[in-house]
Design a protein around this ligand. Structure first.
Ligand code: CP
Length: 472
C-alpha cells in the first residue's frame, strides 16, 4: 500500500473491496482513527457508515454494546471499527459479532492500529529496521492507551530500550513495566526530558488524557507538565524524530507550536501512514469471498462467566450451622466485609422484596454474613454484592443443606466493561503462569485474595480456566 501510494497508484486496488462495507462505531471523539478507516475503505472501493458520538443513536436510550453490535451484524456490514470508553469493550464486541471487529481504542487499555502505524513509521524512518531501538516516551504515560499498545508492540523486537521521564501521576502504569521487562525490553526512568532526548532515536510524546482523570483540572496538568513539554530548546541539539499520536492539546501545548515546523517533526507523516496501514489491514481482513449469513441468535456462551471459584460444600460446621439451620431453602452470602451487609440489603432492595433476610455483622469473627430465602441471585445481583464486598462466598441451601458453594470473582479494574452492570458482560478470566488470573476483557491480571478457599479449590479453579484468549 505504501509503495502504491508513493508511486502515484493510489487507486490501483480501487475495486478490491467493492460491495464490502465497514461500520464505524465511535462512542468517543476521534478525528484520525475514524476518518482514516473511512478513507482506507473508500480507496479500496468499499463503503462506510456508522456513528461518531452517541448523540442520535439508541445508546442514549440505554442500548447495550451487545445489542448495538447485533444490529450492525443484522445490517450486513462486513467489518466493524469501534472506539469505546470502557476497557475491554471491544473484545466484548468481538465476542458478540459474527464479523471482524477492529479496536479503535478501548478506555485506557489499547489502541492497536495506532501502535501498528507507529511501528510502521519507525520502520520507515529507521532504515527498515525495528531491532536495537532506543525510544523515549513522554507526556501522559499513565492514562493513555497509545503508550501501552506501542510499548507492547515494540516488545516483539530485539534489544529495545524504552526511556521515559514524567511526573509520578503521569508515569508508566505499574503493571506495564514488569510486563515489558518479562518480554526482554529494558525500561529506564530518566530525570528529565533532556536526559531522554540525548539517548533516543525516537521521542513519542502524548497528550494529557484529561477525560480520564478525576478531580484534576487542566491548570493542574499545565503546571505538572511544565518541565516535560517539548520546545525547540529540548530538540535543537539532537538527531531525534518527534512522534505523537495526535491530537496535540493546543492549550496545554505539550509540544510547542514552533516545533511543528522543525525537521524533527514526524507526526503528520505518522498520520498519513495510518491511512496506508488501515488500507492494508482492511484489505487483508476482507479480501475473501463469501460471508456467514446473520442468524439472529445470541450465542449462549455470551451469558456465562467462568469466574465462580467452586468450593466443596461440606456438612455444616458449627459456626455455619448457626446461620443456616433456620432456613430450609435460600442463599447465604458469607465472608463479607464487616458492616457491608446493610448496603447490600439496600442496593439489592431486599427489604421490599417479600423475602426473608437476616443480615449479621459478626465482629468477633471479622466478617458479615447475609441470609435470604431467595432461590438464586441474578448475575447483576452477584456483581452488585462483589462491588460492595469483593470475593463473597455464595452458599445455596436446599432442605437445610449447603448443596453448592462458590466464591464470586470480579475483575478489579473499575473501568472494565465487566464492571458495568447494565452491559451484562459475564466476567471471564484466563489463567496466568504465576497462579493468578487475567481478565479476558481488560487484560489486567490479579491474584485471588480470598483466604477462605483451600489451595486445592484454588488449583482446581485455575485448571478450569483457559490459558489464553480463546474464541468465544
Ligand atoms: N491518534 C488518534 O487516535 O487520534 P483520534 O483520537 O483523532 O482518532
Amino acid at each position: 500500500m505504501y509503495d502504491l501510494e508513493k508511486s502515484g497508484q493510489r487507486y490501483k486496488l480501487a475495486n478490491e473491496l467493492r460491495n464490502r462495507s465497514m461500520a464505524y462505531l465511535f462512542y468517543e471523539p476521534s478525528t484520525r482513527t475514524r476518518t482514516s478507516h473511512v478513507t482506507a475503505m473508500r480507496e479500496l472501493g468499499g463503503l462506510s457508515d456508522g456513528f461518531s458520538g452517541i448523540e442520535g443513536t439508541a445508546v442514549t436510550k440505554k442500548e447495550t454494546i451487545r445489542d448495538t453490535i447485533m444490529m450492525v451484524c443484522a445490517n450486513r456490514f462486513d467489518v466493524i471499527v469501534m472506539r469505546h470508553p470502557f476497557d475491554g469493550s471491544v473484545q466484548w464486541a468481538a465476542d458478540v459479532a459474527s464479523i471482524p471487529v477492529i479496536n479503535g481504542g478501548d478506555g485506557k487499555n489499547e489502541h492497536p492500529t495506532q501502535a501498528l502505524l507507529d511501528v510502521f513509521t519507525i520502520y520507515l524512518l529507521n532504515n527498515e529496521s525495528l531491532d536495537g531501538l532506543n525510544v523515549g516516551l513522554g507526556g501522559d504515560l499513565s492514562h493513555g492507551r497509545t503508550i501501552r499498545s506501542l510499548s507492547l508492540a515494540l516488545s516483539h523486537f530485539e534489544n529495545v530500550t524504552i526511556r521515559w521521564a514524567a511526573e509520578d501521576f503521569l508515569g508508566m502504569p505499574e503493571d506495564l513495566i514488569p510486563l515489558l521487562e518479562s518480554r526482554g525490553v529494558t525500561v529506564v526512568r530518566d530525570g528529565t526530558v533532556e536526559d531522554v532526548m540525548a539517548k533516543v532515536q525516537f521521542y513519542y510524546m502524548t497528550r494529557p488524557q484529561l477525560e480520564r482523570m478525576k478531580g484534576i483540572s487542566q491548570e493542574d496538568i499545565i503546571k505538572m507538565m511544565q518541565k516535560y513539554r517539548i520546545d525547540l530548546e529540548k530538540v535543537k541539539d539532537h538527531d531525534v524524530k518527534l512522534m505523537h499520536p495526535l491530537p496535540v492539546n493546543s492549550e496545554v501545548a505539550e509540544i510547542d507550536y514552533r516545533v511543528f515546523f522543525d525537521k524533527c517533526q514526524a507526526f503528520f507523516q505518522q498520520a498519513e501512514n495510518g491511512i496506508i496501514l488501515r488500507k492494508a489491514l482492511l484489505y487483508e481482513m476482507l479480501k475473501h469471498d463469501g460471508y456467514t449469513p446473520f442468524s439472529g441468535q445470541l450465542n449462549p456462551v455470551l451469558e456465562q462467566g467462568n469466574n465462580c471459584l467452586k468450593r466443596i460444600a461440606k456438612e455444616s460446621n458449627k459456626e455455619g450451622k448457626k446461620f443456616i439451620d433456620n432456613i430450609a431453602n435460600g442463599l447465604v452470602v458469607d465472608h463479607l466485609k464487616p458492616g457491608s451487609e446493610q448496603r447490600i440489603v439496600a442496593d439489592l432492595n431486599l427489604i421490599n422484596r417479600e423475602t426473608g433476610i437476616i443480615p449479621a455483622n459478626l465482629p468477633n469473627v471479622g466478617k458479615s454474613i447475609l441470609k435470604t430465602d431467595l432461590f438464586e441471585f441474578t448475575e447483576r445481583e452477584l456483581k452488585t454484592i462483589a462491588e460492595i464486598s469483593p470475593e463473597p462466598t455464595i452458599n445455596y441451601i436446599r432442605e437445610g443443606k449447603v448443596i453448592d458453594k462458590f466464591v464470586y470473582l470480579l475483575c478489579r479494574n473499575s473501568n472494565c466493561v465487566t464492571r458495568v452492570l447494565n452491559e451484562d458482560v459475564p466476567p471471564q478470566f484466563y489463567r496466568e503462569n504465576d497462579g493468578g488470573v487475567r481478565c479476558r476483557y481488560c487484560r489486567k491480571s490479579y491474584s485471588i485474595i480470598t483466604k477462605k478457599a483451600t489451595e486445592e479449590e484454588k488449583r482446581s479453579f485455575l485448571q478450569s480456566l483457559p490459558n489464553g484468549i480463546d474464541k468465544v
